[in-house]
Design a protein around this ligand. Structure first.
Ligand SMILES: Cc1cc2nc3c(=O)[nH]c(=O)nc-3n(C[C@H](O)[C@H](O)[C@H](O)COP(=O)(O)OP(=O)(O)OC[C@H]3O[C@@H](n4cnc5c(N)ncnc54)[C@H](O)[C@@H]3O)c2cc1C
Length: 330
């Protein structure tokens, strides 16, 4: 009978037991709710061993390739070593600031060197831990296959504790800790002709810069449309690099969008998502990546679905403000 290895203990699956039933019957607390493969509360990851296909039904492809599965419908036929998603992303690695560079008015690029190789995909995000316990998420812009150092783009927020500290205090040679990576918004090969629509605001360009370059590196031949939006031109960055990339790869189109009153030549007028939908009114069959302002991400996600994109093809990373940043009322 197959055994389940979880947190240094092993448990034997009796009869037709699922991984969830096996673990909970031994008193192991695994979050669960519907117990029928719908709600995905009991999401786990197989660290070793093969997961039955039925245990991955309904999961996004990005989760499947990382061996995530639903414990309630997973009836293993072989031994499995499993972990909860949180346990996996909780491990911390110390990194060194290799370079710090201002990319635009309020965006700083950090290049970080990891002592241990980090297994990540461009577009995922890491948690950055300051030594006093402050933790924030930042998306990954670099490509591991090009051996680029881990690249993050940090937008300074007014009175932002982590972003202000990164802009003003953190310097080359300093060290800090990261955990992760996590997140499902990354490029997966397999449908090289599919249209890719990427929309980001502010530092939401970070994951999109990674995803677009990753897709091109992996030979994507379908159209890739990237829209980057801000109120004024000082909020946009990597403009020349993106224009050069679009010249090098004819299937890449890049549109910088400005929603403020002054629109210089070469920029589209309007919010990034409005401009995108005016160019691409039907998204049937497209894969969509949305990153940045939470309101933009939520409304665009809905609209992308209503204009034909399948929910499983929409990847959304709203840059929500951390709960601990809400100031108590005076
Ligand atoms: C998945 C994910 C990926 C992300 N990726 C990136 C990225 O690539 N780049 C990036 O720059 N950011 C990213 N973020 C956002 C990032 O994690 C931080 O939230 C951001 O940097 C702000 O952190 P901070 O500590 O500087 O600001 P905080 O100290 O958390 O403050 C945030 C803002 O809230 C304001 N504020 C606090 N309380 C109130 C209140 N009661 N009312 C009104 N305003 C208030 C503060 O003044 C400040 O402007 C991401 C977030 C998520 C969830």
């Amino acid at each position: 009978m197959p055994r389940i290895f979880f947190e240094k203990q092993s448990y034997t699956c009796q009869g037709n037991e699922s991984v969830l039933d096996c673990l909970t019957s031994h008193g192991v607390p695994i979050p669960s709710s519907c117990r029928s493969g719908i709600c995905q509360t009991c999401l786990m990851r197989a660290v070793e061993g093969e997961v039955p296909l039925a245990a991955q039904q309904g999961l996004k492809e990005t989760l499947r390739v990382q061996n995530y599965f639903l414990a309630c419908v997973c009836k293993p036929t072989n031994d499995l070593k499993v972990a909860l998603p949180d346990a996996e992303v909780g491990a911390r690695t110390r990194v060194t600031v290799l370079a710090k560079e201002v990319l635009g008015g309020n965006i700083t690029r950090l290049r970080l060197g990891c002592t241990l190789p980090l297994d990540y995909r461009p577009g995922q995000f890491v948690q950055l831990h300051r030594d006093d316990g402050l933790v924030r998420s930042y998306s990954i812009a670099s490509l591991p296959q090009l051996e680029e150092p881990l690249e993050l783009h940090i937008r300074r927020l007014p009175e932002g504790r982590m972003s202000g500290w990164i802009h003003d205090i953190l310097k080359t040679g300093d060290t800090l800790e990261i955990s992760g990576p996590t997140g499902q918004g990354f490029y997966l090969p397999g449908q090289p002709d599919q249209g890719l629509l990427l929309i980001g605001t502010g530092s939401g360009l970070a994951p999109l810069w990674g995803i677009a370059r990753d897709a091109l590196e992996q030979g994507h031949t379908g159209p890739i449309h990237l829209y980057h939006g801000s109120r004024d031109a000082s909020g946009l960055y990597l403009i020349n690099e993106l224009l050069e990339l679009a010249e090098q790869y004819p299937n890449l189109s890049y549109t910088p969008c400005l929603s403020g009153p002054n629109i210089p030549k070469g920029f589209a007028a309007g919010r990034a998502e409005q401009v995108a939908f005016s160019h691409l009114p039907k998204l049937t069959g497209w894969r969509v990546f949305l990153c940045g302002h939470p309101t933009m991400v939520a409304t665009t996600r809905k609209k992308a679905f209503l204009t034909g994109a399948s929910m499983k093809d929409i990847y959304a990373d709203p840059f929500v403000i951390a709960a601990d940043s809400i100031k108590p009322a005076a």
